[in-house]
Design a protein. Structure first.
Lengths: 452, 191
């Protein structure tokens, strides 16, 4: 391969550094809160001492009052506007002590409020994890047995009322069986209104329904895994699941219905090492991916039904060939999702009209789609899925991807919600590979997925 | 199997890197902030008062004075956890009816950005939760977050999903918090 690649290890170190910084930030916040607690304790001690002093002074004043001649005013009673102390109550506090006491009380209150605020600010950390076992690995079928799939940290720092940030840092097992780290999403955005948010950074490309309805956390997904063709790029997906760029998204109510929209532009992706890469650092030729998604959430008798269409166009360089082979990828999609308390049914279909810009072999048409039906019965959700990808192997975009062969897969599964934060999923699947290699394999998979 | 699956290069796959990862976790984990799932408020009077109901009309929590109140939080597109909570509330409603008692049921929306009055109105209609003593409330995000903190509802958003629990709180007619219950039946806490 004649291209120059930056070692991923360098990027990985950058992620490691970033997370270390984040972790240290966490620790600093925690440390600051602990420091405040110490200061509060010290101030409370001072307050106790002041109260003790007040008690002693009060006792002394009482003593003096008892000795003083009747009718002799006390200094404290001479303050303008001060009400006379009722008989039997404690003597007034000397002005300097009162001032000191007020200051201490004020400081304690401020510190307590500050400590509470610290506790609420900072970096809320949540995430997902899943492990599994099966006669194949759910993502990399060359492996069998037990597997660790991923540990996914989801970070959403609070930045203000309109500024948004979202980071998803994933520790995942790759095709070589080792653990890797990937900053799956890194988005910073501004919410102009409920109906419009602009994000910059790396986000899940808003095509179809599944890619933005479900992300890396498997615990929230009904099924054990994503449909194969919309898997993430390093797990066998053949569509650009991530885009680095800008994304305008929002929803607007139109009557009883709701219209959702997405418009995005970003770095066009490339193919390297037999898989798609989203060009985190930018690309060398300045080409872009441009796309949009328009959805309609219905109401009334069709409440829970969302239908939509999407389109994107990008220019993909296959860097595994020298010189790089370039394909203009154009995808049109349509989807419908019926999501209610009982049913979760999803259908998604994509057509690819890809034009060969290097070999001039013309335009190649491919398509892929899936239909998934699930029924929620309390803690149990049985589901079935059929998916199919028919990819022209004369199209370099698919031919150059390691998992770009045509296939179809049928699957039956069962999700069991162990509790609110964990789910067990069982899936039986049969996958048929239909062109590059002819064959099939059966899978029996079990997954335990949690959130925290 | 006849398949060659190809090899994918990936970051940090070599064993020494794992040490870094482990180190990383050790450093990062002390900063993880877990929201305690306990109520700091002892009464309705301590909560933000101004809300909107599912007709878009102002709703003041003070108007509930003199009535027992059952309170929970939910979001309209939740199809896994909130239905359990709603079933629990309906069961409580049936229990009240059977005993000849009454109570006001409050459902406060977790996600005001997505769940507006129309969404909650639709929610009520499709689930037949239309009794007049049930109130689905929408508030500013700050009020929602404050209420959740005060009442011990732990939640976080994962894109359009809201991760949350199934707490149901019971206040007496003076607005004093009497009982916290998990609708999923995992836990019950009596104050």
């Amino acid at each position: 391969m004649g291209t120059t690649r930056h070692p991923r290890a360098y990027r990985s170190r950058a992620w490691v550094g970033a997370l270390l910084a984040a972790g240290l930030g966490h620790s600093l916040v925690t440390h600051a809160a602990a420091k405040d607690s110490d200061r509060i304790a010290a101030l409370e001690q001072k307050l106790d001492q002041s109260l003790q002093l007040i008690r002693e002074l009060s006792a002394r004043v009482h003593d003096l009052e008892a000795r003083a001649p009747q009718g002799t005013p006390l200094a404290a009673d001479q303050r303008p506007g001060a009400a006379a102390a009722p008989a039997g109550t404690a003597a007034p506090i000397p002005p300097d002590t009162a001032q000191r006491l007020a200051k201490v009380e004020q400081t304690v209150t401020q510190m307590a409020a500050g400590a509470g605020q610290h506790a609420e600010e900072g970096l809320a950390t949540h995430g997902f994890a899943d492990v599994g076992v099966g006669n194949h690995n759910a993502e990399f079928p060359q492996y069998r047995g037990a597997d660790v799939a991923e540990l996914d940290f989801f970070l959403t720092p609070r930045l203000g009322s309109r500024t948004r940030a979202l980071f998803e840092l994933n520790f995942e097992v790759g095709s070589d069986g080792n653990v890797g780290v990937d900053l799956e999403r890194a988005q910073v955005g501004y919410q102009f209104a409920d109906s419009a948010t602009v994000w910059l950074g790396r986000f899940h490309t808003p095509y179809g329904y599944y890619n933005t309805a479900f992300h890396h956390g498997q615990q929230i997904a009904t099924s054990l895994r994503r449909p194969r063709f919309i898997e993430f790029e390093d797990h066998g997906g053949i569509m650009p699941a991530h885009t680095v760029g800008a994304w305008l998204t929002g929803a607007e109510r139109v009557g009883d219905q709701k219209v959702t929209y997405d418009v995005y532009i970003g770095n066009s992706q490339r193919i390297t090492g037999g898989k798609l890469d989203m060009n985190n650092a930018g690309n060398t030729h300045g080409s872009t991916i441009v796309g949009g998604n328009l959805g309609l959430l219905l109401s009334g008798a069709l409440d829970g039904l969302k239908v939509g269409v999407d389109v994107f166009q990008t220019r993909i360089e296959d860097e595994d060939q020298a010189p790089a082979y370039v394909t203009q990828v154009r995808s049109y999609g349509a989807y419908a999702a019926y999501d209610t308390d009982s049913w979760e049914d999803i259908a998604e279909f994509h057509v690819f009209n890809n034009r060969d810009l290097t070999g001039h072999t013309g335009t190649h048409r491919s398509d892929a789609g899936f239909l998934q039906m699930g029924y929620r019965a309390g803690r149990y959700t049985p589901y079935a899925r059929y998916e199919r990808g028919a990819f022209q192997q004369s199209d370099d975009y698919f031919a150059s991807q390691a998992t770009g062969s045509s296939y179809y897969r049928t699957a039956l599964g069962l999700r069991f919600d162990v509790d609110l934060v964990s789910a067990l999923k069982l899936e039986l699947a049969q996958t048929h590979l239909t062109d590059r290699v002819i064959g099939s394999y059966d899978e029996a998979l079990l997954q335990y997925a949690i959130r925290f | 199997m006849h398949t060659s699956y190809g090899q994918y290069s990936s970051a940090l796959r070599s064993p020494p890197r794992r040490v870094l990862i482990a180190l990383l976790l050790v450093v990062a984990l002390p900063g993880v902030r877990i929201t305690p799932a306990c109520a700091s408020a002892t009464g309705l009077a301590e909560l933000p008062r101004a809300w909107l109901d599912d007709r878009g009309q102002p709703f003041d929590l003070r108007t509930l004075q003199g009535h027992p109140v059952v309170l929970t939080m939910a979001y309209a597109t939740c199809h896994r956890v909130c239905p359990m909570t709603m079933r629990r509330l309906q069961q409580m409603q049936r229990d009240f009816d059977r005993r000849g008692n009454s109570a006001e049921f409050l459902v406060i929306g977790y996600d005001p950005d997505r769940d507006d009055a129309a969404a909650w109105h639709q929610y009520r209609e499709t689930r037949h939760l239309t009794r007049s003593n049930w109130h689905f409330l929408i508030g500013p995000r700050a009020a929602v977050e404050q209420t959740a903190r005060q009442l011990g509802f732990e939640f976080w958003k994962y894109d359009e999903h809201v991760m949350h629990d199934t707490r149901v709180l019971y206040f007496d007619e003076h607005g004093t918090l009497l009982e916290t219950r998990e609708a999923a039946g995992y836990e019950t806490t009596l104050r």
